[in-house]
Each structure stands twice: as C-alpha cells, then as structure tokens.
Design a protein around this ligand. Structure first.
Ligand SMILES: CO[C@H](O)c1c[n+]2c([nH]1)[C@H](O)[C@@H](O)[C@H](O)[C@H]2CO
Length: 447
C-alpha cells in the first residue's frame, strides 16, 4: 500500500448525525417539544408529512448504533444534543432523563474508543423559547449560555470537543429568510437579526463553556465556494456578493470581529447598525473550526431575492439527489481559502457526503452504492491535498452514519453509509460503509 494518502497521526475518522434527524421519541421521558416537532406536524411543510417522531429510533437503539460505529472502526462520532430534551422549557428546569441519555451515550462511545464531538445546537430550538421570540430575542444569548453551562458541567472531560452552532447560515437562510426550515419565517428584516443573535449566542456559549470546561470548543459552518460563471462584471460582483453572504457572513464576525461590507448592500434598510459591543462578544478565541462541505456554486447575476445571484448548472457534471454538483476540488479550495483568510486555526471536515438513489437491500444484505464510494474517495483525496498544501486538518466526519430525516425533505433522501429500513429499523451497512471502514483501518492509505 503506498503512502500516497498517509494522513496525520491522530487524524480522526468519524461520522456525523444530528439529534432531530435520528433520535425519534421527541417527547419521551420529560423532553419538551422543539420547533421541528411543531414544524413537521404542521400540514404541508415536510415531504409526505414526514416527522421526527420515530426517525431512526436512535433514542432507543443507541447501544446498537454505537456497536455499529465500533464495527466500522470509527475513531470519532459527531452528534448533537436535543436542547429541549435536557431543558424542556429551554431554560431553568433540567430534565435528568434527558441529560442521562447523553451521558450514557458518551460513556458508550468512550468505551468503544470513539471520540465524541458534541454539537450543542443543530437546528432544534426548544419551542418554549421560540414562543419567547427565539433567535429574534436578544435574550437568546443568555439562554444558550445557560444550556452550554448545563452540558459542560455534566459532560466536559468525557466530551473534549464541543461545537456551539451547526451552520448559522442554514438556520437563518432556511428558517428566517426563505422559510423552508423551522420556524418557517420568510422575512428580510428578521433574517439579519436572527443571524446576528445566533452569533451573539455562539460567543456567549463559548464564554460560558470556558468558565466551566477545560477542553476544546469551536464553530461549524457550511462553506459553498462560489465560482463566477463568466468574466462579465455583473457575474463577478454577484459571485462576490454570494461568497460574502454564504461563506464570510459568519466566519468574519467570529474570527475577524466584523461583517463583510456586502451584507449591507444585500439587505439594504433591513441591515441594522449593530452595537459595537456585540462584536467583542461574538469574536471569542476558538480551538477549531468545523467545515461542512457538499458542493460548489457556479454563480451569475440574476433577479433572485435578495441576493441577485444564482447558480449555473454544469452540463457535464454529476449531480446528487439533492441537486448538488459533485466537485471535490471545491473542498480543497475551501480549506485553503479558510487558512488564507482566517489563519492556521485547526480544522475538521465536520460534514461531507451525498444523497444518491440507493437500490433496496439485496439478498445477503448488500446495498450497492458505487456513486457514494466515488464521491467519498474523491473528497477524502481533496482533504489530503489540502493537508499536503499545509492545512491543519485534524479529522473528517462523513455525513451521515445512518440514512435519516433530511429535514423538510423528510425520508426521501438517503445520505447514510448505513441503510435504515424505516419500517423495521433494520440497519444494513452499505458498500460505502464497508469501503469507509477499510479507509479508516488503513488510516487513509486505501484511498
Ligand atoms: C447546504 O448544505 C449544507 O452544508 C448542509 C447539508 N447538510 C447539512 N448542512 C446539515 O448539517 C445536515 O443536518 C443535513 O442533513 C446535511 C445534508 O443535507
């Protein structure tokens, strides 16, 4: 086996999931509802009316799933905590059964030699806090800090890698600007406020963690590199606008202490003058960044609201079931851009994967998913190229361990390296899962 793809010692090989997408039992044992409990039970808002009431039944099958991770040889597992399972009203009263679920999960991971990466917020805000304004209420920073303190006191030491938010861009663009995600608002004036408050909450949670925790905390952002469709000035400026809106809007305040100027141009009178002290709160020293990468965007100027920038389909490219171009070079470009722009902060690829149409489980329990193997192989090679170019990349989490609830798309899209039969909850390791296990075993050399 060549050392062409030797990865750094200690590089973490993992898989990622999120509470609402896999756990099920959203109201079990004293848990409170989240905005996704409400959103999915609102007719017409999710594919087929799919909800997270059962999902992958991970709340009850977690021991089997940890066993599965151990069989795959994973050395890390990124998961999220359901805030309203632990704090049913979002603040105040702690639900011991909720905290105990995550404590037992973490102990089982450690027992299996798997490093937990814990995401505090992966989109499932307690409904009780949404009733108080949710991310539109500046008090959310204090609510999130209180929740971070509860979790750090309970788990820090066993959990040594913490993430505050998963993808503030998707939370805002989906939940407050375009309305495709919970809480389903479509409001150009609300979006910047929710977005800014999310980042204030991120900063407050980092401060709260550091008052209790002794390990590492970071932020996870989705980055979609933008490539101009032409040299035409309007396409160049549209590309710049899209890049600022999706890729700089969160890393700039978190790491540089200011927003890119294009945001005022995009939102116009909907972009407030933020209090200067907010940026001191938002810009907290971070131990790492998590980068979620799926695809790129070839961008041209168009009439879309409010960005006036849209994607140009690439005729010769392969596209996934979610309509995303397969473009591994974009991952290398992204990782190098982050290092160039924000310095040598340690990085994890905290999500990367693809939904393809998977055939049913064949006789003998095989799921042939060659397109996913090709996608993962090419993207892992792209990670290695960035490492060779000097990026300090410390781990890779495939999205996802299990087929799961793809938010508003319901169960129609399968990202897992393990197939889930939702009727029987039978797990079947796909060919991509066996392939990934071999890559992990060889520490990347089998790429
Ligand atoms: C816009 O793509 C984002 O980077 C993105 C893709 N994904 C995500 N963020 C979320 O973090 C996951 O919960 C999704 O299940 C996953 C697959 O859609």
């Amino acid at each position: 086996m060549t050392d062409a793809f030797a990865f750094p010692d200690g590089f973490l090989w993992g898989a990622a999931t999120a509470a609402h997408q896999i756990e099920g039992s959203p109201l079990a044992d004293g848990a409170g509802p989240s905005i996704w409990t409400r959103f999915a039970h609102t007719p017409g808002l999710t594919h087929n009316g799919d909800t997270g009431d059962v999902a992958c039944d991970h709340y009850r099958r977690w021991k089997d799933d940890v066993r599965l991770m151990r069989e795959l040889g994973l050395t890390a597992y990124r998961f999220s905590v359901s805030w309203s399972r632990v704090l049913p009203e979002g603040t105040g009263r702690v639900n011991p059964a909720g905290l105990d679920f995550y404590s037992r999960l973490v102990d089982a991971l450690l027992e299996a030699g798997i490093e937990p990466l814990l995401t505090l917020y992966h989109w499932d805000l307690p409904a009780a806090l949404d009733d108080r304004g949710g991310w539109l209420n500046r008090d959310c920073a204090g609510w999130f800090a209180e929740y971070a303190t509860v979790m750090a006191k309970a788990l820090d030491g066993r959990v040594r890698k913490w993430v505050t938010l998963n993808e503030p861009w998707v939370i805002t663009d989906g939940g407050y600007l375009h309305g495709a995600l919970a809480p389903g608002h479509r409001n150009k004036y609300e979006a910047p406020i929710a977005s800014h408050n999310l980042m204030r909450a991120h900063g407050a949670a980092v401060q709260a963690y550091r008052a209790v925790g002794r390990h590492e905390i970071g932020l996870v952002v989705n980055i979609e590199p933008k490539y101009p469709a032409s040299d035409a000035p309007e396409d160049q400026t549209a590309t710049r606008r899209a890049h600022a809106y999706m890729n700089e809007q969160y890393l700039h305040p978190a790491l540089l202490g200011h927003y890119p100027p294009e945001l005022r141009e995009i939102f116009g009178d909907a972009w407030p003058d933020w209090p200067a002290e907010d940026f001191a709160l938002i810009r907290q020293p971070l131990d790492f960044l998590g980068i979620n990468y799926y695809t790129r965007n070839v961008t041209r100027a168009d009439g879309s609201w409010p960005l006036k920038a849209g994607a140009v389909k690439q005729p010769s490219a392969t596209y996934t079931e979610t309509g995303w171009e397969v473009f591994p070079q974009g991952l290398t470009d992204t990782l190098l851009w982050v290092r160039r722009t924000y310095g040598d902060i340690p990085l994890y690829v905290t999500e990367n994967g693809a939904a393809f149409f998977d055939p049913p489980v064949a006789e003998g329990g095989r799921v042939r998913d060659p397109l996913r193997i090709d996608y993962l192989r090419r993207h892992l090679r792209a990670v290695h190229e960035a490492i060779r170019a000097g990026c300090d990349i410390r781990g890779y989490m495939v999205w996802s361990l299990l087929d799961n609830l793809e938010w508003s798309l319901g169960y129609s899209k399968r990202f897992g390296i393990v197939h889930v039969n939702y009727a029987t909850q039978q797990r079947t390791v796909k060919d991509s899962g066996r392939w990934y296990a071999n890559v992990v075993r060889s520490h990347g050399r089998a790429l």
